[in-house]
Write a protein that binds this ligand. Structure first.
Ligand SMILES: [Zn+2]
Length: 341
């Protein structure tokens, strides 16, 4: 069971930080709130990371920054959350501990139903009290793919925050109980997906973005001569497994009701998927295996996917992202997100 108490660590010196990332993680007592004093103490910013224990790029960047000991522009509050899941062996392989609820689906009432909800409430209360000018939540995708930011509305502050890390911006109004649902409640909130876990490029994305977020005096305005052109992806749908259906990855159809996804499907992340692209195999009726609901609750599955001779095919041109290759995440969260192209 995860801890629900936050440990506060104020202004650690570079010499206090273990040189190696695994040692740094092992030394954390549990969910940790690191406070860094900045040049302008009248303002603060929040960084959240490791809500998912198998997504280390944010932690890697935090570790590197603490080792460098750079002086932040404003007060910085870093929340390293699911330490227990991250250090369960093999390190960085558990999104959450077995039997725990997904922390990034726990930021919604009721807050007293389990330890994850209680920890979410502790975090939420802490962030509201801090009244930061911005909050970023740093993740990795479970499959391979490039970086992107996620927002609940297109605002100049959101664009400015995301442009510190990446030029791809996904706009969603799906309410999942994630940190991002809090946007606008007390400050701009964006989620950064740095790309796949255990990728040097993802770690670099996190470090470059976080260094700017910590050290720039202004992070809510795009620089006047900024030539970043953002790519927008509006209102993605989630392709979800229906209860009782099975999911597998491979080149053979299942014997039971379910879906088999082709093993290299994650290569499609942020690439165009043309009509009739083969995605895998369906055993049983498509509508008994999968669903794709809009935020209004309408199931649009058959508008976007169809089955021919047992093969699952794209029906229209789409872009996919967050394609997972992890059966557990496919079962408990979703198989992938998509937008019509
Ligand atoms: Zn995540």
């Amino acid at each position: 069971m995860s801890a629900t108490q936050l440990h506060v660590w104020r202004d650690p010196l570079p010499a206090d930080i273990a040189p190696l990332l695994p040692d740094f993680l092992e030394a954390l007592p549990g969910p940790t709130h690191i406070q860094l004093s900045g040049r302008d103490a009248s303002r603060c910013r929040v960084v959240v990371t490791l809500l998912h224990g198998n997504e280390p790029s944010g932690l890697t960047a935090v570790h590197a920054l603490l080792r460098q000991g750079l002086e932040p522009a404003v007060d910085i509050h870093i929340f390293i959350v699911n330490v227990d899941a991250a250090r369960e062996q093999p390190m960085f392989s558990y999104r959450m501990l077995p039997g725990d609820r997904d922390l990034n689906r726990s930021f919604k009432a009721p807050f007293d139903s389990d330890p994850q909800s209680r920890l979410a409430k502790v975090l939420l209360d802490c962030w509201q009290t801090l009244a930061p000018e911005a909050l970023i939540d740093i993740h990795n995708t479970s499959g391979l793919g490039p970086s992107f930011g996620v927002v609940t509305s297109i605002e100049p502050e959101h664009e400015a925050l995301i442009s510190l890390f990446t030029h791809r911006m996904v706009m969603t109004d799906l309410v999942l109980g994630s940190v991002m649902d809090l946007s606008g409640r007390f400050c701009p909130v964006v989620t950064i997906e740095c790309g796949g876990a255990r990728s040097d490029e993802s770690d670099r994305t996190a470090l470059i973005g976080l260094t700017q977020y910590v050290s720039l005096a202004q992070v809510l305005d795009l620089a006047p001569n900024n030539d970043v052109i953002m790519d927008y992806f509006h209102h993605p749908l989630r392709l979800e497994l229906l209860p009782g259906a099975s999911v597998d990855f491979g080149n053979e159809a299942l014997l039971v009701r379910g879906v088999t996804l082709l093993p290299d499907l994650e290569q499609l992340n942020f690439n165009h998927v043309e009509p009739d692209t083969r995605l895998g195999y369906i055993t049983g009726e498509l509508t008994d295996v999968l669903q794709a609901r809009t935020s209004a609750g309408e199931n649009r599955l058959q508008h976007f996917f169809h089955v021919d001779d047992g093969c699952l095919l794209a029906r229209v041109r789409m872009k996919f992202f967050m394609v997972t290759n992890n059966p557990e995440i496919a079962r408990t969260d979703c198989l992938l997100y998509f937008v019509p192209a």
